[in-house]
Design a protein. Structure first.
Lengths: 168, 195
């Protein structure tokens, strides 16, 4: 029963968010502290940026941390099924999809989840460490991500080097 | 009807496997790979079909690239195309993600790993904040309606940090607010990240 509940957590987080990383606020609400902690969330986010494929695959890393290989499988299936709701929708409700109120609804969810994701990012940044060099590193990561010039894997590499040099 | 014969499952799987495993960093790099492999290399999809599927995928819940893979897969080979495309893109990349996580777990307690994580943590948090800002960035280009968008982002941000309402409630309220007040504007911006 607990396994079903865990699968539903992953399915729900993908079904109610617009965009891959937008599932994070709901997942953090449901998984911390019962299944993992903020350190686990940060680790999954970093691995998600290192591994190939869509950004949203950080959810598989989080699934593994929550319940091993079974958890990774639940996360993968949940994250793969939810977006496919668009397939029947384009056949059965194409008129709705093209209506202005539906465009507004999607836009509202996207903007709301941007705010939620921002709040989640600020919360986990506090648990990631508040030493001056860590705050500078976080600020640098924000700037370079928004600027979009440096590859995410290089950014994680930069964090690793900084941690090894300053974190001991 | 298309004149083209649908490709064999093996060729389609191979194409999506390449897309899933060679697009490190996610988002636009995966989108770029999909376009190059399906439109330019194999010509299974026309430029117009790709653009239409991309626009529809932006309306889907969850990972937009999965919706895009499903829509393009259906166009190429029906239900078989959906299964092969989504599976081909997601399974290998997910397996790599899970294996990295498992390997990482084995060295998580090592002093060097603990030190590295003290640097990786702030970077991961910073990247999350950065991606949230990218998601919100279209607001800056929206003229007199920008205030409504900005109010929604700030309200969701404040409510979650203050802990006065459940996350799911914020999403429901955002959807209702959008349907009533934001419908006259264009749908999700093309600047939104594909993730």
């Amino acid at each position: 029963m607990e396994q079903v509940a865990l699968f539903l957590v992953f399915l729900k987080s993908s079904a109610l968010a617009v965009g891959g990383l937008a599932s994070l606020p709901l997942l953090r609400t449901d998984l911390v502290p019962a299944y993992t902690d903020d350190a686990g969330i940060l680790q999954a986010l970093a691995i998600g940026r290192l591994a190939p494929g869509p950004n949203g695959l950080y959810i598989v890393s989080l699934g593994y941390l929550a319940a091993g290989w079974a958890g990774a499988a639940y996360a993968l299936v949940g994250a793969s099924l939810a977006p496919l709701a668009i397939l029947p929708a384009t056949v059965l409700a194409r008129r709705w999809l093209l209506s202005s109120w539906f465009a507004g609804l999607v836009r509202g969810v996207a903007l709301g989840t941007a705010g939620l994701l921002l709040a989640t990012g600020v919360s986990i940044a506090q648990t990631a460490g508040t030493a001056p060099w860590q705050l500078i590193l976080a600020a640098l990561a924000i700037a370079l991500t928004v600027h979009g010039r440096l590859h995410p894997a290089l950014l994680v590499g930069l964090g690793t080097v900084a941690g090894l040099a300053l974190g001991r | 009807m298309r004149a083209m014969t649908p490709p064999r499952s093996r060729a389609l799987t191979r194409a999506w496997f390449d897309i899933g495993t060679q697009s490190v960093g996610g988002g636009t790099s995966t989108l770029f790979m999909i376009r190059r492999v399906l439109v330019e290399q194999h010509k299974w999809i026309t430029e117009r079909e790709f653009t239409e599927a991309w626009a529809l995928s932006q309306l889907s819940p969850g990972i937009h690239l999965v919706a895009l893979a499903g829509l393009l897969g259906r166009r190429i080979a029906g239900l078989r195309g959906v299964v092969v495309s989504v599976g081909g893109m997601m399974l290998p990349a997910a397996a790599i993600t899970a294996v990295i996580t498992a390997l990482f777990g084995g060295i998580a307690q090592h002093p060097l790993t603990v030190a590295a994580l003290l640097g990786i943590g702030p970077v991961a948090a910073g990247m999350t904040i950065g991606l949230a800002l990218i998601l919100a960035r279209p607001v800056l280009q929206r003229g007199r309606y920008a205030i409504l968008d900005l109010a929604l982002i700030v309200a969701a941000f404040a409510v979650l940090l203050a802990g006065v309402a459940p996350t799911i409630g914020v999403i429901g309220a955002s959807a209702a607010f959008g349907a009533v007040f934001l419908g006259r504007e264009r749908p999700t911006s093309t600047d939104a990240p594909m993730s």
